[in-house]
Design a protein around this ligand. Structure first.
Ligand code: TMP
Ligand code: ASP
Length: 234
């Protein structure tokens, strides 16, 4: 597979064309941002960790019947994925209160939810990814009602699979963000699943092993990403 012209560069990844119109080449960067790009930095080898962590998790999900864009790894920080039309909705699933849910509700970080909570955000840098609901998705024509139904069903299924998998690795899956895309008209999982897009806490010590270490200037960021890769590779 040949790496063609650069199609897009985002905050954490670059996308290149390939000779196959259905496939694109993704290169994961070490750049790190938070608060919609207001905080900028770099995490050594993050691109490598997130590429490999995402590949393991996409493979796991595919094995369990979740359609994803993942085709295969092509390098330490590069993967081949199906070219999708991205749905401009960020889907967050939560199992434990943290981050913006703690802020929004006044509830304390760390409280376990009796049922997972699903939220939608409008994927728009200009608007700062605002919180939206099903009616807003319909109003903005971001997805059809049928697609929203598929997205919710897949998001909860992904949560079940990842919760169980992470539990076996001594990790609590606190919350995570997913993005979906349309491939030949079908909803499939896109983007990445990594410590950039998940909160992962050590089950015993509650140590944070995710991007909150960068967001909150806690230090040992690289070690946390490396530790997640080590655990899920076993
Ligand atoms: P939040 O508590 O800040 O809303 O974040 C919820 C989850 O979504 C958390 O696992 C981090 C992830 N996330 C992203 O992947 N990208 C984002 O832009 C934001 C705000 C959160
Ligand atoms: N991904 C967002 C940004 O780049 C925010 C975050 O992950 O906290 O700013």
């Amino acid at each position: 597979m040949q790496k063609g012209e650069k199609l897009y560069e985002g905050k954490a990844k670059m996308i290149f064309a390939t000779e196959d119109p259905d496939l694109v080449w993704v290169e994961y960067k070490d750049d790190a941002t938070a608060f919609n790009g207001k905080k900028k930095g770099s995490i050594e080898d993050k691109g490598r960790y997130n590429n490999q962590i995402s590949a393991i998790l996409f493979n796991l999900l595919e094995e369990k019947g979740v359609p994803t864009h993942f085709k295969g790894l092509i390098g330490a920080r590069e993967m081949l994925v199906k070219k999708v039309d991205i749905v401009l909705v960020e889907v967050v699933v939560r199992n434990i209160i943290a981050g913006s849910l703690a802020k929004r509700t006044g509830l304390e970080e760390g409280v376990i939810l009796s049922e997972p909570v699903l939220e939608f955000y409008y994927k728009s840098d200009e608007l700062d990814d605002p919180f939206i609901n099903d009616d807003h998705i319909k109003m903005l024509k971001l997805a059809t009602e049928e697609q929203v139904k598929d997205i919710k069903k897949l998001a909860f299924k992904i949560n079940d699979i990842l919760l169980g998998f992470m539990r076996e690795k001594g990790l609590d899956l606190v919350d995570f963000k997913l993005e979906f895309g349309l491939f030949h008209g079908n909803v499939i999982l896109g983007d990445e699943i990594s410590p950039d897009t998940c909160r992962l806490w050590d089950t015993d010590t509650h140590q944070k092993l995710d991007k909150d270490r960068f967001r909150r200037d806690m230090g040992d960021v690289e070690d946390a990403y490396q530790e997640v890769l080590r655990r899920i590779s076993e």
